[in-house]
Every structure is written in structure tokens, then in C-alpha cells.
Write a protein that binds this ligand. Structure first.
Ligand code: F6R
Length: 601
């Protein structure tokens, strides 16, 4: 969701850095793009609707420039057109913005009374005018940006240029991601790591309301007008990790990275056997209730986690969609734990849910992929998934890493409570699991056949019970978000209470049956849809594999340790979604209307 890149440096290649950086941020989702750069003592602004290449065609990339800011806009206020695109310039101030200024109408009225007029429909132009007004009064940009914290309500990451100081780039953030990266005689700002990884792996994390001042050879950070010391961090992810490495799409690459991701996520907890797992996780003994809060696929991993924790660790778990959780009445006490799951660690609704729990003094645990992200920093405990840099908008490897982490939590609690006594079986099977995942990913002919069978349909249904229902929901989301085929996931026993009326001849139904305890029940529900003409694609395990006349296609995954079975079952669902989208010619890594990191409410 909106990408920001900024550059100040002696190499004078601002335009290259901005355009290349914006391209690496394309995955965040956008519908227009623009740059402002120093061109012979003037700030030149060029912007364009649509893809970055449209903007690139309007630029002379050979122009030497030592200062600039660039932006990809995901429209919130006003349609995606050139005027609403960023950067915006008012008076002496030029800005790019990620986030939402909630009180922009109020500010607009005040600014109009001071004589300001506006060209665009955006909240950003209002913020720009406000900064210009304050700057014309105070003539001290650090004080002005400090003051923004009191005047701007909402979330914002801003990159700022000032006509009076064309050697300097300024930045400020509140609740929207922004990093300051440190190069050699050049410095940068960016919404996310990949934008600057080509040039440096050293960066500073800005906290809320800190102001950064960047020149080519210096970075200073201010808080309340005073210079503060900041730690310099090093990115673990390298450039190759952010490249496609020969795969047609990032999504396919990321699907194939899952065995390694699972190994990386899990193995750090077992470097000293089961003791290290217990040492490295919070002590769960004191909790008698868990809330898991997340959005989208992360919410689905929460549902999978609920099945595991309730069944094997005997703690009741409620799973909530973060955007609902933040406005509902909560029934929590000192024995409750709130787990927030997020790949990016910057999802606005999940951050809000976390803050509500923190404000109520409830213990919070973040399961997060991005080190140092807002959720990671604000939660009481944090467990990092090791999925690396996920570029495709539709999550796959981060999803699996979250499931693996929840399996570890369930195992930890079950083991410490004495419900599971033997840890060797689990630890041994983790190695086999990686091999089994690789084997499945190397043998996908049957998945391709299924994709060919369904890619032209309008509707697909997914069925499952218990943990398989949570996988059905994720399989359905993957399919619809990247292929634009309408699909619904149903608890297998629920279909006959209404939705079965939609089943007609050849309606594809993808049915998941991996849980031995309820397999027969689900199979009965599958027979109900088969009897009404459905084309059934059954996904089951080797153990439950039997011949029957209730399916048209059968995809069999190996069995593994019960807590991590989902990590195998999800693979055919991901591959089928990917192959269907590919057959339909969709923009797989950047589906329409979607953003990778949803930083607005
Ligand atoms: C779907 C997908 C989204 C995210 C959701 C939460 O493929 O990726 O549904 O899971 O937007 O994002 P994070 O995990 O960054 O909080």
C-alpha cells in the first residue's frame, strides 16, 4: 500500500534510485506513481496514472540529480489520476505520503481561511499545505515537523523536500512504515527493505514522531526537537532473496521456498533439543484463554492454530478478524494472552488490536516476519517467523511459517503440560517434513491437470471440517485473490443448510479430508455434493486414501506429525490457485486492487 523512496547523494543518480526502488515496491499495490527531483536548482515533479513504466516514459533517466522523492499511490482519497498522484507541492514544500490523515477536512477548512487553495482531492495535499503554512511562520523545519505530531491525526510516513534547502531530505513517520538507510556518500528513505537493498544493508528504524534529516554524508534524527542517538541495524535479507531467481513469478518462487522457510523457522527453536523450545518461548502456563487476532491469510493461520492449541494443548482459543476485534467488547483478564499474527507487522487493524490489548494490560505475543516492525516492537513477546522477504501479494511462505510457529506453540504447551511426553518423534519428523514438502513440489502434474479442469469456471467451492476447514478458507482465498474466480469455503456439514442450492452439474468442489477422526463425516458431505453433480477434487492423506466413487480427482499428500500436517496439505491448494491464475493470464504477483501491506484501516 503506497510505496515511498527518497534519495540524497553525491552520485547524482536520484532518478535511477527512485524508479528502481519504486519498482521493487510494486508488490505493495498501487495505481499511479510520481517523482520529485532536483533539476538545476528546481524541484521538478513528474507523475502519471497506472504502472511505473508510464511514469518512466515521461522521464529522462539520464538527468543528473542529487535529491529526490518517489511514490507509488494506492488511492484512498480521490480517484487514481495524475493530479491526485504524489508528490504534492504547496508553496516551498514537496511531499510524498503513505497513510491517511483523518482530520484532513478540518485542516482543509482552516487552511482555506489562510488563503490556501487545492488542486487535488487528497489528504496529502492538505498535510503539505499545513507544513508550508507552519514553515512560513516558524522558518524551522524540524520544529514544524515536530508540530505535525500534534496537528495531524491518523497515520503517515512522509518524505519531504524544501525549496530553501536543496541538499537535504526530511522524513517523519507515525504508524506507517518508513526506514532510513545509510549508504556511502548517499542516504535513502524507503517504505520497505527491497527498495534500497541494492545499495546498502544498513538502516535506522524511525519510531513514531521522530524526524529524520538526511544529507549525502549525514543522517540526524530528532525527537521533540532534540538530536537523539539511534541504533544502526543490518538487514539479514540479501538482494538475491528479493529476485525471482528464474521462476516465472515471485509467488511460485515463494511456494518453492517453503521447505527452507519451515526449516529456518523451526530449527532455531531446537538447537538444544526440547529445552531450547521452552526457553525461547514465553511461559504459557499462566494463561487459561487465548485470543488470536489477525487479518486475511494470517487470520486463517489463526484458525489452524486454534484447532491445534485447543485439541492438543487444551486451552480455549478465540480467533478474531482484527478489524472487528478493535471495536468489540473484549472479555479478557490477567490470565488471557492475545496473539497477533502478521507477516508485515504493519497491518493497521492488527496494530490497533495489539494496542487495545496492551492498553488493557493483557499480555501480548506477536508472531511476525518483519524484524523491527511496529507489531514486533509493541508486543510484550515476539516470535519471528523466518520466511524472509515475501514479495508476491498473495502470501504463501509467510502463511506456512505462521502455521509452523503455531504448531510449535501447541507442541510447547502440550509438552509442558505433560499431554505429549515424547519430543523426539516431533523433532525427527520435522526433518522428514522438509523432504516431503520438496517431494510434493517436485511432482505437480496432477495439480496442473486439476488447474486445467477448473480454470474457466465461474465458481469454485472448498469444503473441510475442523482444521481442514481453515485450510479450505485459505485455499479459497488464494484462488479468488489471484485468479479472480469466485470461490467460497464452507464447513463441510454446513453446506446443506443453504449453499448446496448453488451446486449444479460440474460445479468444482475442492474437498479436504486429512483428519482421521472426522473423515467419514466429511466424506458423507462430499457424497451429498457429488450426488448433485459436483465435480469433486479430493485432497487427502496417504493414510486416508481409499478408492471411492465420490470424487473425480484425488490428490494424496503424505502423512506427517499431526501438528504439522497442514504444511503438506496446503501445497496442492497453493499450486492449483497459482496454475489457474497463470492459465487465466492474471497478474499473479500483483493482483488488482490489492496491497501487500495494508497500512490503512
Ligand atoms: C492474502 C494475504 C493477506 C494478508 C493480510 C494480513 O494472500 O496476504 O490476506 O495475510 O493482509 O497481512 P499481514 O500478515 O502483513 O498482517
Amino acid at each position: 500500500m503506497c510505496g515511498i523512496v527518497g534519495y540524497v547523494g553525491r552520485k547524482e543518480n536520484a532518478l535511477h534510485v527512485l524508479i528502481e526502488g519504486l519498482k521493487t515496491l510494486e508488490y505493495r499495490g498501487y495505481d499511479s506513481a510520481g517523482v520529485a527531483y532536483l533539476d538545476k536548482n528546481n524541484i521538478n515533479i513528474i507523475k502519471e496514472k497506472g504502472k511505473i513504466v508510464n511514469l518512466e516514459n515521461k522521464l529522462n533517466l539520464d538527468t543528473k540529480s542529487s535529491l529526490g522523492i518517489g511514490h507509488t499511490r494506492w488511492a484512498t482519497h480521490g480517484e487514481p489520476n495524475e493530479i491526485n498522484s504524489h508528490p504534492h507541492k504547496v508553496g516551498k514544500i514537496t511531499i510524498v505520503h503513505n497513510g491517511i490523515i483523518e482530520n484532513y477536512e478540518e485542516l482543509k477548512n482552516i487552511l482555506k481561511q489562510s488563503g490556501y487553495t487545492f488542486k487535488s482531492e487528497t489528504d496529502t495535499e492538505i498535510a503539505c499545505a499545513l507544513i508550508d503554512k507552519l514553515y512560513s511562520e516558524k522558518n524551522d523545519i524540524i520544529k514544524v515537523l515536530d508540530k505535525c505530531a500534534d496537528l495531524l491525526r491518523g497515520s503517515y510516513a512522509l518524505g519531504i523536500l524544501i525549496d530553501d534547502d536543496l541538499n537535504t531530505l526530511y522524513a517523519i513517520r507515525k504508524d506507517s512504515p518508513l526506514i532510513v538507510a545509510l549508504g556511502d556518500n548517499e542516504n535513502y528513505i524507503a517504505s520497505d527493505v527491497p527498495a534500497i537493498l541494492k545499495y546498502t544493508n544498513k538502516y535506522i528504524l524511525l519510531e513514531n514522531n521522530e524526524v529524520a534529516k538526511l544529507t549525502n554524508n549525514n543522517v540526524t534524527v530528532f525527537k521533540n526537537g532534540k538530536i537523539i542517538n539511534k541504533d544502526i541495524n543490518t538487514f539479514e535479507w540479501n538482494v538475491e532473496a528479493a529476485m525471482k531467481n528464474g521462476y516465472d513469478h515471485f509467488m511460485l518462487k515463494e511456494i518453492h521456498e517453503q521447505p527452507k522457510v519451515i526449516y529456518d523457522t523451526v530449527s532455531t527453536f531446537f538447537n538444544n533439543g526440547i529445552d531450547s523450545l521452552i526457553e525461547k518461548m514465553p511461559d504459557f502456563k499462566k494463561y487459561n484463554k487465548i485470543h488470536i487476532v489477525a487479518c486475511g491469510s494470517a487470520y486463517h493461520t489463526g484458525l489452524t492454530g486454534k484447532s491445534l492449541i485447543e485439541r492438543y494443548a487444551d486451552i480455549p482459543v478465540d480467533v478474531e478478524i482484527a478489524s472487528e476485534y478493535r471495536y468489540k467488547k473484549l472479555f479478557l483478564d490477567e490470565k488471557s494472552l492475545v496473539i497477533i499474527i502478521s507477516q508485515s507487522g504493519e497491518t493497521a487493524d492488527s496494530i490497533a488490536a495489539l494496542r487495545i490489548a496492551n492498553d488493557n494490560n493483557i499480555d501480548t505475543l506477536a508472531i511476525v516476519n518483519v524484524v523491527g516492525s511496529s507489531i514486533a516492537r509493541e508486543a510484550k513477546y515476539v516470535l519471528y517467523t523466518k520466511a524472509g522477504c515475501e514479495i508476491a501479494v498473495a502470501t504463501t511462505k509467510a502463511y506456512s511459517a505462521q502455521v509452523a510457529m503455531l504448531a510449535l506453540i501447541a507442541f510447547n504447551i502440550a509438552y509442558t503440560k505433560g499431554f505429549i511426553s515424547n519430543s523426539n518423534e516431533f523433532m525427527n519428523e520435522l526433518n522428514n517434513l522438509v523432504n516431503k514438502m520438496n517431494h510434493l513440489l517436485d511432482n505437480i502434474d496432477e495439480y496442473l491437470e486439476v488447474a486445467k479442469e477448473i480454470y474457466q469456471v465461474e465458481h469454485v467451492f472448498f469444503l473441510g471440517r475442523g482444521i481442514d476447514y481453515s485450510l479450505a478458507m485459505e485455499g479459497s482465498l488464494k484462488l479468488k485473490e489471484i485468479s479472480y474466480i469466485h470461490s467460497e469455503a464452507y464447513a463441510a456439514g454446513e453446506l446443506k443448510h443453504g449453499t448446496i442450492s448453488l451446486i449444479e452439474k460440474d460445479t468444482p468442489v475442492i474437498a479436504i479430508v486429512t483428519d482421521e477422526k472426522i473423515a467419514e463425516k466429511t466424506i458423507s458431505n462430499i457424497k451429498e455434493v457429488k450426488a448433485r453433480g459436483a465435480k469433486v477434487i479430493l485432497i487427502t492423506t496417504e493414510k486416508l486414501n481409499k478408492v471411492g466413487d465420490y470424487y473425480d480427482y484425488k490428490l494424496v499428500v503424505p502423512n506427517t506429525y499431526i501438528l504439522v500436517q497442514s504444511l503438506l496439505t496446503i501445497l496442492p491448494l497453493q499450486i492449483i490457485a497459482y496454475e489457474v491464475a497463470k492459465l487465466r493470464g492474471c497478474d499473479i504477483d500483483k493482483p488488482r486492487n490489492l496491497a501487500k501491506s495494508v497500512t490503512v484501516e
